[in-house]
Design a protein around this ligand. Structure first.
Ligand code: AMP
Length: 196
């Protein structure tokens, strides 16, 4: 089965990162979304990698939906998006970003990005959704996180199949292809139980 992705949620840094590679990667991903006619769904800010990605898609004539809580809207919202949804809390924002999208990926970022992508994977692990999840591993930024997850599997706090929900590539085109081909995992979260 293949997932037709027409809307992708991208979690990414509200900072630019250290050096030009991260902003360049945002530009590269933005251009690819235009080429493949995929709508960008993201956190709605005009700063950092988030702003660069949205600007690139808008410049190419694409569709960008921002989902942002009221308290951040006043401070960092992008002013020129195709569509902006202003919500009450960060929790509503994250749930809406997943509901509205066909797949979720993370580019490099900080705590906000980590919690968003890990929540998306966690919710697939619990079979609350079946949408593919991925990491765009620019500059091997996520190597330590991937090792950390492997260790969680080795220590039997997570199953390998759930670790593998996260599709990983440093190449955005390859990552999108992996997401399109990905099958949702349907095995129980707990070792020794088949009902949870
Ligand atoms: P961070 O990775 O910590 O820079 O946070 C950015 C990511 O988390 C984005 O994907 C946003 O959806 C969300 N987020 C958390 N805090 C902020 C913020 N102050 N401004 C914009 N987005 C934020």
């Amino acid at each position: 089965m293949s997932n037709k992705i027409s809307k992708i949620c991208v979690y990414c840094g509200s900072n630019e990162g250290n050096g030009p590679d991260y902003m360049k990667a945002a530009e590269q991903l933005g251009k690819l979304l235009i080429e493949r006619n995929i709508e960008l769904v993201y956190g709605g800010a005009g700063v950092g990698i988030m702003g660069k990605l949205a600007d690139t898609v808008l410049k190419g004539g694409g569709h960008v939906t921002g989902i942002i809580p009221e308290h951040l809207h006043k401070k960092v919202a992008h002013a020129g998006l195709t569509q902006i949804k202003i919500v009450d809390t960060m929790h509503t924002r994250k749930a809406m970003m997943i509901d509205y999208s066909d797949a979720m990926i993370a580019m490099p970022g900080g705590l906000g990005t980590f919690e968003e992508i890990l929540e998306a994977v966690t919710w697939q692990q619990l079979r609350l959704h079946t949408k593919p999840c991925g990491l765009l591993n620019v500059n091997r930024y996520y190597e330590c996180l991937l090792k950390f997850l492997d260790n969680a599997v080795a220590e039997r706090f997570m199953k390998q199949e759930h670790r593998d929900i996260l599709q990983v590539s440093s190449d955005p085109a390859e990552l999108l292809d992996l997401l399109e081909e990905n099958e949702p995992v349907e095995i129980p979260k707990l070792y020794g139980r088949d009902d949870v």
